[in-house]
Write a protein that binds this ligand. Structure first.
Ligand code: F6P
Length: 323
């Protein structure tokens, strides 16, 4: 293999730049030409493909976002779109791909490999940490620390005003961001899609705390929770507890930006090298991940179809720590 392409796709995540840097430098180290594909699958279809070298990735390891830009492509979902993308790669003589993204990215990569046989190795880049085949995804640690920083600040004002705050964190259908935010942020309650928490439970827990003379509370609501979003949960709880002063904060896309933490820079660098070396060793349709400190390549199909379960003990910890 002499020429490879690299792209980021789906929601950006802090550490993607560190991973791009590692991929480019590992390619240069192994004597391979590397091309940056801008705006994910969308740019691949349009032919937004540019040669990269060691210098093009200087001074980016500490930056949030992705220098390659990202997008969610509707056209790549169609066979015609994928054919156009393949033709663009052929035009540039690209023989292998490294993608950085989440389940949408890997779903696309899996179909693309099946249709055209071009080897693709992926690095897990999403703040959601919802991919099977790695303990942590690139961007997750930074997103959790960004959210925690905000939660600490909200706690100050919650305490000053005797209020209950319903704080919504990202994670799509997963509670991986919510759990460390709740434990690390000293929340009274956490609501995640993986476990049912009824409004009655929330009301009971707040009432019990109130009767024990607690006057301020933090409730962390994962955006995908089945009981509703933070505003909906707050409205339902407020109906039952009208004497409590409730406020809602949606942390939103602030969780996606910012300089990556040391842990994310390390993970991104390790996995970036692993992607290039995986391609060179003949890996074809897999994601590189780290499980218990060991590098593991997991077929894309497993990363997107298998569940990465949350340890139920974490939920219990929130209960124990909020007594
Ligand atoms: O997958 C990352 C993520 O930030 C999710 O947590 C969130 O549900 C989604 O992307 C938001 O996507 P968008 O930026 O397209 O609104």
């Amino acid at each position: 293999m002499k020429k490879i392409g690299v792209f980021t796709s789906g929601g950006d995540a802090p550490g993607m730049n560190a991973c791009i840097r590692a991929i480019v430098r590992a390619a240069v180290y192994h004597g391979i030409e590397v091309y940056g594909i801008h705006r994910g699958y969308k740019g691949m279809i349009k032919g937004e493909i540019y040669k990269m070298d060691s210098h093009t990735v200087s001074n980016i390891i500490q930056k949030g976002g992705t220098i390659l830009r990202s997008a969610r492509s509707k056209d790549f979902v169609t066979p015609e779109g994928r054919k156009q993308a393949y033709e663009q790669l052929q035009k540039h003589g690209i023989e292998g791909l490294v993608c950085i993204g989440g389940d949408g990215t890997f779903t696309g990569a899996n179909i693309f490999y099946e249709e055209f046989g071009i080897p693709i190795v992926g690095a897990p880049g999403t703040i959601d940490n919802d991919l099977y085949g790695t303990d942590y995804t690139i961007g997750y640690d930074t997103a959790v620390n960004t959210a925690l920083d905000a939660i600490d600040k909200i706690r100050d004002t919650a305490d000053s005003h005797d209020r209950v705050f319903f704080i919504e964190v990202m994670g799509r259908d997963s509670g991986y961001i919510a759990i460390p935010c709740a434990i690390g942020g000293g929340a009274e309650i956490v609501m995640i899609p993986e476990a049912e928490t009824s409004i009655e439970n929330v009301v009971d827990a707040l009432r019990t705390g109130w009767n024990r003379s607690k006057t301020s509370f933090i409730v962390i609501v994962a955006e995908g929770d089945e009981a509703g979003n933070a505003s909906q949960v707050a409205a339902k709880v407020q109906e039952e507890l009208p004497h409590m002063d409730a406020r809602v904060t949606i942390l939103g896309h602030v969780q996606r930006g910012g300089a990556p933490t040391a842990a994310d820079r390390m993970l991104a660098s390790q996995l970036g090298i692993a992607c290039v070396e995986g391609l060179l060793k003949g890996e074809k349709c897999v994601m590189a991940g780290i499980i218990n400190g060991e590098l593991v390549y997991t077929p894309f199909i497993e990363t997107i179809t298998k569940d990465k379960l949350i340890n139920p003990h974490y939920l219990n910890m929130v209960n124990i720590l909020s007594v």
